[in-house]
Design a protein around this ligand. Structure first.
Ligand code: SAM
Length: 222
């Protein structure tokens, strides 16, 4: 059982997804549990302030370090500087500056006991969090979006799919794109002819050897 925590200003962006597959099945099968933590609750003032201007100038606001530190402490019941020393726990900051995410990285994360995802907003997060209290900084690609919630969902979903008993046909994961360094071959379903476009003959031939050969030839390396 892997425990996921998501620290965010907008838990309502994450919550609806958890009601669908693969999350629903992961919970039913005791493969995972998901907990959402609202960063606003860790503001140190009554107005709920969690962001401030960057030192040295620049546009926009940054998430302050104290609310994130306090939230990490609360989530793990332990000071964040101690949590990062334990290899079974991953504290992940979502950031365009991070290591690029891929299927292999998802596989590595699926071995953890607990994963906490910190979603940035505005111009990002005070750098002392990244420097001292996380085990991983992850980017989902070379582009910028408005918050860490969608990147967190990408990680939650790709890791959840790899947990035991979550995808019913194990085959579906082992054959999937990127798993063995290749992208999955094109697939077709009924009708056999759609607007004059026909399904490749070999797939209708019933010749399993030829079909496997065609699939291999049409799975380019990633
Ligand atoms: N000022 C930052 C920069 O130029 O790199 C961008 C901040 S972005 C508007 C706000 C938050 O969205 C980030 O702190 C991060 O959590 C998340 N984010 C945006 N793009 C991302 C990406 N490609 N990968 C992971 N997280 C991303």
């Amino acid at each position: 059982m892997i425990r996921f925590n998501v620290l965010t200003l907008f838990p309502e962006l994450i919550q609806p997804h958890l009601e669908f597959l693969p999350f629903k099945r992961a919970v039913e099968k005791d493969a995972a549990e998901y907990k959402l933590w609202n960063l606003r609750k860790y503001a140190r003032d009554k107005r709920g302030t969690v962001d401030d201007k960057p030192y040295g100038g620049g546009t926009g606001m940054l998430l302050m370090p104290e609310p994130i530190y306090d939230a990490l402490h609360d989530i793990h019941n332990e000071p964040p500087e101690d949590i990062v020393k334990r290899s079974a726990v991953r504290i992940i900051l979502l950031s365009p500056r991070g290591r690029k995410y891929d299927q292999k990285y998802a596989g590595e994360l699926s071995k953890a006991q607990e994963i906490t995802l910190i979603c940035g907003r505005y111009e990002g997060v005070d750098a002392r969090i990244e420097e001292n209290y996380v085990t991983d900084v992850i980017s989902i690609g070379n582009y910028v979006i408005s918050g860490g919630e969608v990147p967190a969902l990408v990680i939650l979903e790709s890791v959840t799919r790899l947990l035991p008993n979550v995808i019913e046909k194990e085959d579906a994961i082992t054959n999937e794109s990127f798993t063995e360094g290749n992208i999955e071959y094109p697939q077709y379903t009924r009708p056999e002819i759609f607007k004059d476009k026909k399904v490749p003959d070999v797939l209708l031939s019933g010749n399993h050897k030829e079909i496997e050969k065609w699939k291999k030839e049409n799975s380019p390396s990633a």
